[in-house]
Design a protein around this ligand. Sequence first.
Ligand SMILES: *[C@@H]1O[C@H](CO)[C@@H](O)[C@H](O)[C@H]1NC(C)=O
Ligand SMILES: *[C@@H]1O[C@H](CO)[C@@H](O)[C@H](O)[C@H]1NC(C)=O
Length: 274
Amino acid sequence: MNEPYGPEAPRPISSTSSSTMKMFMGLLTLFIVAQTIGTVLFCLYLHMKMDKMEEVLSLNEDYIFLRKVQKCQTAEGQKSTLLDCEKILKGFQNLQCKDGATKEQPKFEMQRGHEHHERSHLTHKNETSVAAEKRQPIAVHLAVKEREKAGSVLEWKETMYAPKSSLISNQEGKLKVKEAGLYYIYSQVSFCTKEVSLAPFTLYIYLHIPKEEDRLLLKGQKTQSTLKSFCELQSIRVGGVFNLREDDMVFVNVTDSTKVKYSHGNTYFGMFKL
Ligand SMILES: *[C@@H]1O[C@H](CO)[C@@H](O)[C@H](O)[C@H]1NC(C)=O
Ligand SMILES: *[C@@H]1O[C@H](CO)[C@@H](O)[C@H](O)[C@H]1NC(C)=O
């Protein structure tokens, strides 16, 4: 009946088939895309897994190497294994050397520290020796020195067995202290009197401070009373403790230095730090 339209009849069919085709194609594309993404993800996963595996494998290798070293380090193990122990031990030593190079620094530091410690110990020792030197008594004992020119200030010289100190210097009869502190200062002057004089023979110990007036520290006196023509020997002794500052000087002067006895042991001057 509608023969001429016959070929038109399958058109809806073909249109439906093309739409299913289109759907199929869409699904296929979707599938392919999903497959691709899946593959990429799987590859990524695999790659990561491989990395981990590699790590584990290298650890395993390390473990095996250490086991080999352990085996090779014992004489029995060396005999029993077929391993090339020499090579393995050499490799291990090389590793240790490399490791040692990095560890060398702290060791070196330690050594240096030790050296430093030693050095500080040395300086400490030196300090102690200095301290010991300082602990050595600061003391001098001097004998009177015969002088050519007249003067009231007596001069002094070192005597045998008597202490001397670098911290007390003798400058023309004046003893200068380099260290402040308490000092015991003493002196004895022996003299002989022939003629009667009303003025007593006097021994003084003065403190001399530069740019200041001399201050009397000690004084000893004897009145000459005898009328004898020969020398009557007398001695005056004084001594006391004084607080001296650095560079202070002390000296002895007498009223008449011509009467002073210069024989050994008669006239002396000394001081020491307490
Ligand atoms: C103390 O130090 C001096 C140098 O200042 C040195 O010559 C001496 O050997 C040292 N003494 C000691 C005991 O270390
Ligand atoms: C002893 O020295 C003091 C201080 O320099 C002085 O004042 C005094 O006159 C001197 N004594 C004699 C006897 O020269």
